[in-house]
Ligand binder design. Structure first.
Ligand SMILES: Cc1cc2nc3c(=O)[nH]c(=O)nc-3n(C[C@H](O)[C@H](O)[C@H](O)COP(=O)(O)OP(=O)(O)OC[C@H]3O[C@@H](n4cnc5c(N)ncnc54)[C@H](O)[C@@H]3O)c2cc1C
Length: 302
């Protein structure tokens, strides 16, 4: 690692690697620091991504890393634990004690899905327990699906899954639907089961049911919309803050359409800024932020 870079990209998922690609192709010195836990790591394949539908996440990111490196970009497997402003740039601190300097920062650290503490959920996350009809919906089409009402979008989620299977149950759990939502669900033939969910029942590595109000209802797939939290707590010292997202789905870092945060010199892209971004839109936001950082560095040199 050099000590000084034009840009340090914190996070090497779709957003970070695409941002880095734009920057290295603009002859910027770039270091990507990545702790190796992209959000979709538990999934078998990336779906809905033109030209790459079904590609295993690790394969996509390996290709992206190779592309960034082919233009001279550097990528380190390392965790960033903090950053401070230093002169007209930043000092970035790594967990192993090293520091690097950057003129600009691109933060692409993604988000954390705050999964409910219900037995079976965590172990099945990304296979039997899913969140997104566009990521895994086709793969679970026509199967018995249970949607767990743990967030404000549960009814919406159940309505979307009803496009993929005729056997969808919304488990009211701690967030039962309103009479208006219940009427919408009925129109799409989504049944509602009340009672708190205490277990996603797993046998032989597969989901066989959902225990609600003490009764096990047979299901093969569970969908949940867990609250989402941008992964930026370690950058609080820079003044980078999260705010509640308008959807009520969690906390994100606000950015302008170019990815610029409220902190001068710091851009953010992908899930850290946009909780709803999929791989394609995260990559696209990263590319936009990378291009804007390059333009900003040019303007600074005038
Ligand atoms: C189970 C599951 C399946 C999904 N399937 C699909 C799908 O089929 N299609 C689709 O389009 N989308 C899918 N998604 C959504 C997809 O995961 C996100 O859109 C995408 O990961 C967002 O990219 P990102 O670059 O913003 O963040 P991430 O991919 O999460 O990348 C963030 C990176 O930052 C790194 N990082 C975090 N903190 C630090 C730190 N302090 N220091 C250094 N590095 C750090 C992480 O290790 C990670 O590699 C799925 C999501 C889940 C949960």
């Amino acid at each position: 690692m050099n000590e000084n870079y034009d840009v340090v990209v914190v996070g090497g998922g779709a957003a970070g690697l695409n941002g880095a690609l734009m920057l290295v192709r603009s002859r910027r010195s770039v270091l990507v620091l990545d702790s190796g836990t992209p959000r979709n790591a538990p999934a078998a394949g990336v779906h809905g991504l033109l030209g790459h539908d079904g590609i295993p996440p690790a394969e996509l990111y390996a290709k992206g890393r190779a592309e960034v490196r082919s233009y001279g970009g550097e990528i380190e497997d390392a965790e960033v634990v903090g950053a401070e402003r230093a002169g007209d740039g930043f000092v970035v601190r790594l967990r192993d004690g090293r520091t690097v300097r950057a003129r600009r920062l691109l933060v692409t650290t993604g988000l954390v899905d705050d999964l409910p503490d219900i037995p079976g959920v965590r172990e099945q996350w990304g296979s039997g327990v899913i969140h997104c009809p566009y990521c895994h919906g086709w793969e679970v089409r026509d199967r018995p699906i249970g949607v767990l009402a743990i967030g404000p979008m549960a009814t919406h989620q159940a309505l979307l899954f009803s496009q993929l299977s005729d056997d969808v149950i919304l488990f009211g759990h701690t967030n039962p639907p309103s009479p208006e939502q219940a009427a919408q669900l009925a129109k799409r033939r989504v049944r509602v089961v009340s009672g708190e969910v205490t277990e996603v029942v797993v046998e032989g590595g597969a989901i066989v049911g959902v225990r609600a109000g003490g009764t096990v209802v047979p299901r093969e797939v569970v969908a949940i919309g867990a609250p989402m939290r941008a992964r930026v707590g370690f950058l609080e010292s820079l003044g980078l803050k999260t705010v509640p997202h308008a959807s009520g789905m969690g906390e994100h870092v606000p950015v302008d359409p170019m990815g610029r945060t409220e902190v001068p010199g710091v851009w953010a892209a992908g899930n850290v800024a946009d909780l709803a971004a999929q791989v394609g839109s995260a990559a696209s936001a990263g590319a936009m932020a990378g291009a804007q950082i390059n333009a900003d560095l040019i303007m600074t040199s005038l």
